[in-house]
Ligand binder design. Structure first.
Ligand SMILES: Cc1cc2nc3c(=O)[nH]c(=O)nc-3n(C[C@H](O)[C@H](O)[C@H](O)COP(=O)(O)OP(=O)(O)OC[C@H]3O[C@@H](n4cnc5c(N)ncnc54)[C@H](O)[C@@H]3O)c2cc1C
Length: 666
């Protein structure tokens, strides 16, 4: 726990601060890295060794086509190193180390985000669809070839007309009883598959999401909702197959090494067995069957199994943010500007409070996010490998919500962080040779793909407000708002109990946060929890207006959308704080735990500072305390200044991947 107080008079000057000796520093870095590396630390070590090569870095001088070919070539090397098998279930031909595979993908964020995305599309999305939505006939036929890159695939969900609202996709897959085939068709211009990674050049096969239309002997063919089909799109020479028209999205804001493209289907026939039939099947006579009766629940169950992509995107964004912070911090420790009073030398820019304030709160938040990510990866691993019991499926729903929240929180953070780091390196930060502009372009779309961040944050809030009730996922905004409005309870209570350490800290702090010091961890948790509870309660009250006959339910929902988004953000930030506290609690190194305590304080103080207007407006902090929060951020930055180099070294980014000429001359 930090030892600083709320008073500015206690601020130490840089010279008075205790600077660690070299030995202390080595120990600290080791202790911090142990925490950050988490359960799959051996995977991280292996990837570190294998990726310590600067030829993995993106090279902006490559043409689009060269960049794409290079990415594919490096993917082939990865395939030979055996990482891909981890993501597939052991009885499907993989090794079933889900956590290990997410961690390995995350580590690619230190090298090249194009590589991460292309590998993620092949093994995570395309492979994940086959692994999770297919059955034995698909596993036997495809998994080994997907792992070994003998089949290159793409994941064709999004259409020009629909990205976020996947239930409204327009591509159709109509069963033809006479031939025992599905006919895949793009009936409208807006049903064109769009932005699909791999579709522009390399993919030979697509996992296509389409509306399944079929009927049994005595039924009219009807829509059965979105299902996934394996559709060959190119021949061995790379030419489009009959009825398939692919296109190229061309130059983008980043990710030059990923060949994003478009696909249009004109009555393309595929055999019936190409339906990935784990959750829905069609018999030879056209009869539709499914183990899940309710079509909404079936759809969301299918999507839920694909959650790994979202978790990997969050993890990689975390890595990209840490890389930018390492580059900017090292530069800030070298770079000097303006003379110091009474000195001939100039001042190191990281000795300026303004510069510390730029980087240190972001480093603190990166630590908090990294610890939360480790926890989420482990939970997903345990659920998907059957190590954790979830008989009623509640944990799966919570995990989906946590993954949505963290994906939005981590990718927004990474995007913002990389931009700040670019600026923190002045003109040098703008040169491609120093990596930051490339990283900035590449990270940008992480806030959009694998779920648009606004839509995901709303999803977190909706789940929380409806207390993970079954069968609300498919409701329209109007249906959902009526459901919430009619819920009997005044306040939606968390279903999961707080972790032990959080419970203990809460019990040892005063119920009224204003009466106990802000440095007290229990008080900090209480402030975050109180914000969330307040927002949930008041949002529920606003939504209850939907019951009034004079009010239009959609309008009530829409008028409260800002409120709803704030609920989602507050909930995720509270989750991040508590996961960080949990990780510190588990840290065996005393010096590392102490430093992490201060980092955690800075995370809390800067999060409070960022939302100070809300806390003041709703009287969760007094004006005096608000001032103390601002001073506290300054104090904590100064306190952490001697450790800033250790804090970024602990990320353990391979040195070759941090190649930047600005770091050799300052
Ligand atoms: C580089 C790249 C790679 C991609 N790779 C793939 C891939 O391999 N496979 C694949 O299937 N897809 C892929 N995508 C598509 C991606 O998943 C979608 O772009 C994403 O889901 C968002 O959908 P959209 O583009 O239709 O945006 P929209 O959903 O139209 O969103 C546009 C804006 O509207 C807002 N909005 C939408 N709904 C709401 C709402 N209810 N309330 C408030 N605001 C709302 C959003 O916040 C956003 O700001 C990729 C996209 C890109 C750019």
């Amino acid at each position: 726990m930090a030892t600083h107080t709320e008073s500015p008079s206690d601020v130490a000057t840089a010279d008075e601060l205790p600077w660690p000796t070299d030995d202390e520093r080595t120990l600290l870095v080791e202790g911090l890295r142990y925490v950050l590396d988490g359960r799959w630390r051996s995977v991280r070590e292996r990837v570190r060794e294998q990726s310590d090569r600067s030829d993995l870095l993106p090279d902006p001088s490559r043409t689009l086509s060269e960049a794409r070919e290079h990415t594919l070539e490096v993917m082939r090397q990865l395939a030979e190193q055996g990482f891909a098998a981890a993501g597939f279930a052991a009885d499907h031909g993989g090794t079933g180390d889900i956590g290990g595979s997410i961690t390995a993908i995350e580590m690619l964020g230190y090298a090249d985000l194009s590589l991460m995305v292309k590998a993620g599309v092949q093994w995570g999305l395309f492979g994940g669809a086959i692994d999770n939505l297919g059955t034995a006939r698909h596993h036997d036929r495809y998994v080994a070839d997907i792992i070994g890159l003998d089949i290159l695939g793409c994941f064709a969900m999004t259409e020009t007309g629909h990205g976020s609202n996947v239930q409204a996709l327009e591509t159709t897959a109509t069963y033809d009883r006479d031939t025992g085939e599905f006919v895949i068709n793009s009936p409208t211009p807006s049903s064109r598959k769009d932005y699909i990674g791999g579709a522009a050049a390399h993919a030979r096969v697509a996992a296509v999401f389409a509306q399944l239309i079929t009927g049994g002997p005595d039924e009219d063919p009807t829509g059965r909702g979105v299902h996934c089909f394996v559709v060959p799109i190119r021949d061995d020479d790379g030419d489009d197959l009959p009825g398939v028209t692919t296109g190229d999205c061309g130059h983008k804001g980043g990710l030059a090494g990923v060949d994003n493209g478009r696909i249009v289907f004109d009555h393309v026939r595929i055999p019936a067995e190409n339906l990935l039939n784990r959750y829905g099947d069609v018999e030879a006579d056209g009869t539709y069957t499914s183990p899940i009766e309710n079509s909404d629940r079936r759809f969301f169950t299918m999507l839920g199994t694909l959650i790994r992509g979202r978790v990997s995107v969050a993890a990689t964004a975390g890595a990209a943010g840490r890389k930018a912070l390492t580059l900017a911090t090292r530069y800030g420790l070298l770079r000097k500007q303006f003379e110091a009073p009474d000195e001939t030398d100039e001042i190191i820019v990281l000795d300026y409070l303004a510069h510390q304030r730029k980087l240190l709160p972001l480093i603190a938040k990166s630590y908090a996010i990294a610890c939360t990510q480790n926890e989420l990866t482990a939970e997903l691993h345990d659920l998907q490998t059957g190590a954790a019991d979830d008989p009623d499926g509640v944990r799966q729903r919570e995990l989906e919500s946590d993954a949505a929240g963290l994906k939005a929180y981590a990718t927004w953070h990474a995007s913002h962080t990389i931009n700040v780091c670019r600026e923190a390196c002045g003109g040098a930060g703008y040169l491609d040779e120093n990596q930051l502009p490339i990283l900035r372009g590449d990270i940008d779309v992480f806030t959009t793909f694998e779920g648009d961040n606004t839509v995901l944050t709303q999803l977190v809030a909706k789940e929380l407000l409806s207390a993970y009730a079954e069968d609300v996922q498919g409701l329209s905004a109007t249906g959902w708002v009526r459901f919430v409005a009619e819920m009997a309870r005044d306040v939606v209570v968390e279903k999961t109990a707080a972790r032990q350490v959080v419970q203990t800290l809460l019990e040892s702090s005063d119920d009224d946060p204003e009466k106990s010091p802000l440095t007290d961890r229990g008080t900090q948790i209480r402030l975050f929890r109180n914000r969330e509870d307040h927002l949930v309660r008041t949002c529920a009250q606003r939504l209850r207006r939907a019951l009034d006959d004079d009010n239009d339910a959609f309008e009530v929902f829409n008028n409260a959308q800002d409120h709803l988004l704030k609920v989602g953000q507050a909930r995720t930030e509270r989750m991040v704080l508590e996961a960080f506290i949990g990780a510190i609690e588990d840290c065996d190194s005393r010096s590392a735990a102490e430093l992490l305590g201060t980092v955690c304080d800075l995370f809390v103080y800067s999060a409070l500072e960022d939302d100070l207007s809300w806390f003041l407006m709703h009287r969760h902090v007094s004006v005096e305390r608000a001032k103390a929060i601002r001073r506290g951020v300054n104090e904590l930055c100064r306190e952490l200044r001697p450790h800033i180099g250790s804090l970024v070294d602990a990320f353990g980014i391979p040195e070759a991947l941090l190649a930047a000429p600005m770091l050799t001359h300052g």
